[in-house]
Design a protein around this ligand. Sequence first.
Ligand code: SF4
Length: 476
Amino acid sequence: MSIEKFIFEKQEEECGVFGIFSNNALDVARITYHGLYALQHRGQESAGIAVIDEGTVLHHKDMGLVSEIFNRVILDHLTGTCAVGHVRYSTTGSSKRENAQPMVVKYKNGHMAIAHNGNLVNAADLRNKMEENGALFQSTSDTEVIANLISRYRVGSTNIEDTLPKVMDEIQGSYALVIATPQKLVGIRDPLGIRPLCIGAIEDSYVLASESCALDSVGADFIRDVRPGEIVLIDKDGLTSVQAKTPGESRLCIFEFVYFARPDSVIDGVSVHQARVEAGKRLALEHPVEADIVIGAPDGGLNAALGYARQSGIPYGQGLLKNRYVGRTFIQPEQGQREIGVKIKFNAMKSEIAGKRVVMVDDSIVRGTTTRRIVQMLKSAGAKEVHMRVSSPPYRFPCYFGVDISSTKQLIASQNSIEEIKNIIGADSLEFLSLEGLMKIPIGADCGFCTACFDGNYPMEVPEEGDKFCCGESGV
Ligand code: SF4
């Protein structure tokens, strides 16, 4: 009997980051712990907290959920004025403790703890060059490449703010970084703003987080998002900003609104919940169908299902129940019992759907395996018809910016037509939101978007598909 990762087919994002600099004698470790709890949806593979107090750095990180890794004794031990925290998702192959973050390094100018959300597209090249010059690496994470560059450029420089723009000149890809040094907490967002990062305040202390839901959970007031290409520096004198790179047209990942972010977050001025409801409304306008009930695939499809129901006038119901206690790992069923895996996580509500024509809304279809099993489950529970509606366009191209789809071969929509996918999943009809419709869902957004996984229009040069590395792996 083996204990394996319980993999569902949703695309997984790499990480969530959190940081705090305290001017009010706050318990920075506990605040970071609570912030990471709110960001747990962004990564369940490993978590860590590093705390810096003048010359001392203390840290604790491990594989598992935030609740599994930390306890009262550990948090009591992590004392300091500045903390960074990290939750990480990784593919099975890169699921190693040495890749857990924050990455704590000691170099000529002292200690530094780095937490990174994103993925560098040129990490392998940079690392190869550094190794040729004698550099040693202890992990396979692209974050260590960033740490190495900071260390190199910091030689002879007294301020980290002089160093970081040079590092940003070298690295390409997506990065939302939170860095703790003995004097400062630093937040950096890549020049295209692909991954989110926002600033909050608790009295005179500042907080940085991947999503605003983490600010809410620690009682911090939202101040603003970090701008693409901006470095924010926080110390005992407050917050200062350096616009290190001229922001061009920003390219925030549109998937934050489709699936990744928590619905109670607001990113670059847009409510994630409202964007998802809007996606459902537009889906109903583009692809109406005669039906008796609209249900959402938990949890990603629920908001869009609500929007579809509101727009179409078809009653909204709860047709699928999700078991919230299925953990990160579970004992896989024996061969021949694979269907049980989905049944452990989802169950159909017979009383809601039996004898009805059902519209099931989900946020995306990646490999199609889970969708097929859920459609079967609904039909076995007595649904007369199952009409699948997806609140994003077909996912056809791999992501190189922090999502674990490494090959077009893994993507059902890049290998099959919509009609073929409909037949594979066994639905009575299948429709996707158009790209034009998707671009209208972040109402009031003050940024541009990356849509590359739908249209192949990457915002920068990306490696050959065979060379793609993912989830913090440099592939070298
Ligand atoms: Fe987001 Fe897709 Fe762009 Fe990746 S390719 S950053 S998932 S929009």
